[in-house]
Design a protein around this ligand. Sequence first.
Ligand SMILES: [Cu+2]
Length: 324
Amino acid sequence: MENLLTILISLLAIIALVQLVRIFELATKLKGQQEIEISDKENHYNGLALLIVGFGFVLFVAYSFKLWGHLILPESASLHGIQIKLLWDTTMYLILFVFFITQPLLFWFSYKYRGKKNNKALYQTHNNKLEIIWTSIPAVVLTALVVFGLKTWNNVMVPDTSNAMVMEVYAMQFNWTARYSGEDNKLGDANYTLIGGINTLGVDINDSASSDDIITREIHLPVDEQVLMKFRSQDVIHSAYMPHLGVQMNCVPGMSTQFAFTPIKTTSEMRKELKNEEFDYVLLCNKICGSAHYNMQIKVIIETKQEYLEWMSQQDNFNTLISR
Ligand SMILES: [Cu+2]
């Protein structure tokens, strides 16, 4: 009821305002005055205000890049990430170059040609030379960017994975579980209908490939080795995101998605590089999947092959797990 009254009052207020403006217009007409008259002085102040706001906006963009530019895309710690970063930087520098030329000009001209009583507009209906210039330059630049983008996409999304280590990351509200394929480098079949008891990922016990699978609560990866990460989800769409490694892939219930990448910096190398002893790689959920989404993450440790094998030798495989 209260809402209805508010809407009604707002509606009446708008109608009253429209009527007032109409009365004002009629009154000026009756007096024989010109309806709206804007003086040169008003035009001057308006032009000046636009110039100040416009240049303020351009300066703010420059300042925000200086202040927060480092947060956009970090130096990549994976092989393919270097290509993505190059594509990103090229596109970004090009956009900024054009932005910092066109925007100041836009606001400067709107000030320079502000309304003046005796100004007369210059009518130019057509100019072939200008048409050719402003059509061909963007066409060439955008084609180059699109080709560069497609090439990068193909390199990143369709790599040769014949020698990659196969593992799985399983998503559910609100945690991640990792499953390594073990010595056979083959993940055992899995299905959500088989989930029960300690078999939280629904791994098929009858599939021989599953017996040496290893389920863990941390992701360990050997540096400089390609990993083919497969993703499944139990409930809703999640998104596995590793910002430092330039990896992101949706985890969709009912289907399996994957992403192959090669980490090139160990956790300790990154700690030294960032001068931050507390740094850890992380896999986050990047899809708003429910109330505890913000805390859906799993630690990722990138280490030397030897360290990785040592850690792996301490983990129980699926067979040992279920026979306990
Ligand atoms: Cu999620």
